[in-house]
Design a protein around this ligand. Structure first.
Ligand code: ADP
Ligand code: ADP
Ligand code: MG
Length: 649
């Protein structure tokens, strides 16, 4: 076994790897960027090396710098985590050339699976079923349209170099093909520097079922399947293992196909074979097709760990160190059921916009596994994936594991940034999902129901006011301290854009009457806790001028100081601002240009998506304040329109 490894990643996965390494007596070296100087993953490792600027290209993607850090610290091997350099064969070559071990597959295996078209050809040869379609080299638009006609609509156009759902377009009818091809190509060119695409049959009521494989370079075993059908825009939201409705026969067929795929490329280490499955007629041995292979540890690997009892990172280290596979296929079994929810800092009502902010508070219930890369006080920075944590639950049955997930989400407390916690909870209560009737269209179909936000009730407002005024504390009363004069206090709170004055009348140590906008709430201290109109008050946290009531997904209230506001400036209606942190991809606006409402002024790229910034009204561009390629914070001014009569007046 290695004495010391370097972890070429950040966040939760770096911490996850460090945890197992520590348990195995292997020392760890972290690498970090400027933005991550105080990050949790640095604290989780024995040593740390600064490798550059905050943007990934200046740090976590600098292969040579990372290899140098490994050599300097005496690490013998490099674990790449996922994302960043994990599937970069050039990096693997460089690691090996430096005399170090890459904890993962060979560069050749990564290359073989790197492009979706080549991988499909390879898999066809190995006898693994692939999605019917065209994955040849002729990239002529006419030819591809002809191929789509032959396949039959609907079809899916995919970037051969794709990943993370990018460069993918669903085309429902021939008339839409040319336009979709154009946009898939340009997205692929921008994201991967490769505009080539393939066209395949769009599977109706598709399910995404993937098989975890593990190879030693010659032989491979599989560790069963995961169902990742709950997706939004082709990105996974909640994963589970095993797949609902899976039969022993189909599992055997899928597992065998996955092992065949891994052995066909002499795969070493942890990998995932992703299949698209036709869910319209139940799971069948002739109803699954190879989609792609992910040649790395997957984000959702914990659900497999939960049902198999295997520590996949431990296996990675052992196999990379030259040991044989720890278990044979017949020794692997499934125990119970597991779920993983991906908790993100994102603004769900605003269309799942990635968010940033400082986590004023972060806590998970002890009954779940929470893999997180951030702690209370840490920032979700604009530079990286805004995932806050993965919440994993396990139980003897699917129902129990899902009930535990609902409880885990309800007990998760995040303050300081908006999150998708409410969305995850709504999903876990969704009837179809609860029944195990999943497909990749589930979220899209019921999006409105799933993203409905919980409004703050009178009791929540009352609790926020009591907390911020320090009136949940009863100790001062007991000491007879004259804190209660005046006995009536008030505070101005803002929640979801609405402001309200809340008045609290103290009526002895254990009783308060809280007057909110539309009535009053009685707060009573009884049995060691506060009751609001007879109901047990949820947890609440005050940090600076932010009050978070942990009801539903967490309700944020801001305390408004009327004096401070009177002194502040008002907003400028002429400015087009970045709605979220991101990278300015393109700027179309030119000073002096006349624009109409709806014209594209700029494109902002943030977390796997491009967002067009449109002119909100007709007008003339006064000033362009950014250039393409600039990283901006939320609220950064991008373009200013000339003031109109009304706006100026
Ligand atoms: P998974 O199946 O594990 O979700 P994806 O292909 O969606 O795999 O992406 C794997 C990981 O790579 C993600 O979890 C993310 O951390 C990283 N990743 C993928 N695409 C991007 C991107 N465009 N920007 C930043 N990180 C990305
Ligand atoms: P990426 O590399 O971006 O992860 P994949 O090829 O793995 O791309 O596809 C991502 C998702 O797109 C799948 O999980 C599935 O939801 C959907 N998808 C892919 N191929 C098909 C298909 N042929 N029919 C229907 N849905 C598909
Ligand atoms: Mg995929």
């Amino acid at each position: 076994m290695f004495d010391k490894i370097l972890i070429a990643n950040r966040g939760e996965i770096a911490i996850r790897v460090a945890k197992t390494a520590r348990a195995m007596g292997v020392r760890t070296v972290a690498v970090y960027s400027d933005a991550d100087a105080g990050a949790a993953h640095v604290a989780a490792c024995d040593e740390a090396v600064h490798i550059g600027g905050s943007a990934p290209a200046e740090s976590y993607l600098r292969g040579e710098r990372i290899i140098q850090a490994a050599l300097d610290t005496g690490a013998q091997a490099i674990h790449p985590g996922y994302g960043f350099l994990s599937e970069n064969p050039g990096f693997v070559d460089a690691v090996v050339a430096a005399g170090l071990v890459f904890i993962g597959p060979s560069a050749d295996a990564i290359r073989a699976m790197g492009l979706k078209d080549a991988a499909k050809v390879l898999m066809e040869k190995a006898g693994v079923p692939v999605v019917p379609g065209y994955h040849g080299s002729n990239q002529d638009a006419e030819h591809l349209a002809g191929a789509a006609d032959a396949i039959g609509y609907p079809v899916l156009i995919k970037a051969v170099a794709g990943g993370g759902g990018k460069g993918m377009r669903l085309v429902e009818a021939p008339a839409r093909f040319a336009e979709a091809l154009e946009s898939a190509r340009s997205e692929a060119q921008n994201a991967f520097g490769n505009a080539d695409v393939l066209v395949e049959k769009y599977i109706e009521k598709p399910r995404h079922i993937e098989v975890q494989v593990f190879g030693d370079g010659t032989h491979a075993v599989h560790l069963f399947e995961r169902d990742c059908s709950l997706q939004r825009r082709h990105q996974k939201v909640i994963e589970e293992a095993p797949a609902p409705g899976m039969t022993a026969e189909v599992r055997e067929a899928m597992g065998r196909a996955a092992v065949r795929a891994a052995e066909a490329i002499g795969y070493r280490g942890a990998g995932t074979i992703e299949f698209i499955v036709d869910g319209s007629r139940g799971l069948r041995t002739d109803g699954f097709w190879f989609m792609e292979m992910n040649t790395r540890l997957q984000v959702e690997h914990p659900v497999t760990e939960a049902i198999t009892g295997v520590d996949l990172v431990e296996w990675q280290l052992r196999v990379a160190a030259g040991e044989s596979l720890p278990l044979r296929q017949q020794d692997l079994t499934i125990t119970g059921h597991a779920f993983e929810s991906r908790l993100y800092a994102e603004d769900v009502p605003a269309g799942f916009l990635p968010a940033t902010g400082t986590l004023a508070y972060l806590a998970f219930p002890i009954e779940c596994r929470a893999d997180s890369g951030v702690r209370t006080g840490d920032a979700i920075s604009p530079f990286y994936d805004p995932m806050i944590a993965k919440i994993i639950t396990h139980g003897p049955t699917r129902d129990v594991a899902l009930t535990r997930m609902r409880a885990a989400l309800a007990g998760t407390q995040v303050a300081g940034t908006v999150t998708n916690l409410g969305f995850l909870s709504a999903l876990c209560a969704h009837q179809g999902f609860t029944a195990g009737d999943v497909d990749t269209g589930l979220i899209g179909r019921d999006l409105e129901q799933l993203t409905a936000t919980l409004a703050a009730g009178a009791a929540d407002v009352a609790l926020a006011a009591l907390a911020v005024l320090g009136l949940l504390d009863r100790r001062d009363w007991a000491t007879g301290f004259a804190l209660w004069s005046p006995l009536e206090r008030s505070v101005l709170l803002e929640h979801a854009g609405e402001e309200s004055v809340v008045r609290v009348i103290c009526d002895g140590p254990d009783r308060r009457c809280v007057l909110v906008a539309d009535g009053s709430v009685e707060a009573l201290y009884q049995g060691g806790r506060w009751l609001l109109d007879g109901q047990v008050a949820p947890a609440v946290r005050v940090t600076g001028d932010l009050v978070t009531v942990f009801a539903g997904a967490g309700l944020a209230f801001h305390v408004i100081d009327p004096l401070a506001r009177a002194a502040g400036a008002t907003g400028d209606g002429n400015l087009i601002e970045a709605p979220m942190p991101g990278m300015v991809k393109a700027v179309f606006a030119v000073a002096g240009q006349t624009v109409q409402a709806g014209d594209r002024l700029a494109v902002l790229e943030a977390m796997k998506m491009e967002h067009a910034l449109l002119a909100a009204r007709d007008g003339v561009v006064a000033e362009v304040l950014v250039t393409a390629g600039t990283q901006v914070e939320a609220g950064a001014a991008l373009v200013r329109l000339e003031a109109t009569e009304e706006a100026a007046g």
